[in-house]
Write a protein that binds this ligand. Structure first.
Ligand code: TXA
Ligand code: MG
Length: 329
């Protein structure tokens, strides 16, 4: 299959180009598109045949459900049994934006989209291109991150091309994703709302809206994970990744020392730094650096830990999943 490249202005996408991409989606094709978090690989969420193609293109395990993207709260309501008041309060504050809300699904959502679960994950993205595509296609769009399964999520169209060229119908290039880590996933289908994946909307921000929120701590040998996707080795570069944790003042020095040690042994080592960067910048660069260092054929990537507050919690969650080893500075 020849993958079509569609370049658009990220703030003001050309209507004809969006319409071309929307037509591919409504005829059961696959289109990768930018969101504010990472690029998504989209298919018509209500068409099981289209959704099955996503699993195939990504090499995604069949038990890992998709996030369904919508253009409005109204569109989201059509896909669920009920939309509780607490969830409405979250949408009022965080939609459009990087918050995914899990609710009991309605019969219209095929089992392929939710990997057989009776809940559906919903998100209204905060990106002009994603929103234009959703409105034009006029269907909810199932979209996991547009990487091959197991690889770091793509934050540019070039990353998507690298993984999926020839396997999907089109890639919309709308420039780099602003945030760089995926949305926060919160399960609102249970009595106490539970954050299953930390992300760009922080736990602190959510607690300002909802008092009683749990943060799910997945255990290593959990049999039936709450969020199926979280059990796989994820977000991982090809190189070994060593995570350096400890006092902020010691971490950067320890990373340098480790890198020097590997270099002396003839290994190619690269550092993903955190010192002196804002958390937003660390997040925005994270996956791009993993991919860049893989391209440079690094043997070892040494990542400096950041504090697990705010956006740092999401960054550290991804780094811990990618790490093959953790070293204390
Ligand atoms: O920022 C994002 O969320 C990006 C962009 C494209 O929107 N999407 C993304 O999708 O990260 P994906 O498939 O890579 O991650 C979705 C996560 C997975 O861990 C999956 O298991 C979980 O959400 N998930 C989806 N539906 C679920 C459900 N019904 N119950 C529990 N977890 C669910
Ligand atoms: Mg993903």
């Amino acid at each position: 299959m020849k993958t079509r490249f569609i370049r658009v202005d990220s703030k003001n996408p050309d209507k004809a180009k969006i319409s071309q991409a929307a037509n591919i989606l409504t005829s059961a094709g696959l289109v990768a598109f930018p969101t504010e978090t990472v690029y998504g690989l989209g298919a018509d969420a209500l068409n099981s045949k289209a959704v099955r193609k996503i699993y195939k293109a990504k090499g995604r395990p069949r038990d890992n459900p998709m996030i369904v993207h919508v253009a409005s709260v109204k569109d989201a309501k059509r896909l669920v049994k009920r939309f509780p008041l607490k969830a409405i309060r979250l949408t009022k504050k965080f939609w459009p934006g990087p918050l995914t809300i899990i609710l009991p699904k309605d019969g219209s959502v095929p089992k392929e989209t939710t990997a057989g679960l009776n809940t559906v994950a919903l998100r209204m993205p905060d990106h002009p291109v994603a929103l234009a595509l959703l409105r034009e296609a006029n269907v909810p769009i199932a979209a996991p991150s547009a990487n091959s399964s197991g690889k770091p999520s793509p934050t540019t169209a070039a990353h998507v091309k690298n993984d999926l060229d020839g396997q999907i119908d089109a890639i919309i290039d709308g420039g780099p994703s602003r945030i760089g880590v995926e949305s926060t996933v919160i399960d609102m289908s249970t009595k106490t709302p539970t954050i299953l994946r930390p992300g760009a909307v922080t736990v602190e921000q959510i607690r300002r809206i909802l008092k009683d929120v749990r943060v799910h701590q997945p255990s290593k040998n959990e049999k039936k994970p709450r969020s199926p996707g979280m059990k796989y080795r994820h977000y991982a570069p090809k190189a070994r990744l060593i995570l350096v944790v400890g006092e902020e003042k010691d971490v950067a020095a320890k990373a340098m020392e480790l890198a020097a040690g590997y270099t002396a042994k003839g290994k190619k080592a690269r550092i993903i730094g955190a010192k002196g960067k804002t958390q937003a910048r660390t997040a925005a660069q994270l996956y791009g650096l993993m991919r860049k260092y893989d391209k440079e054929r690094a043997d070892i990537i040494i990542a400096e830990a950041t504090t697990e507050k705010g956006l740092g919690l999401a960054v550290m969650n991804r780094l811990r999943k990618a790490a093959t080893k953790t070293v204390v500075a």
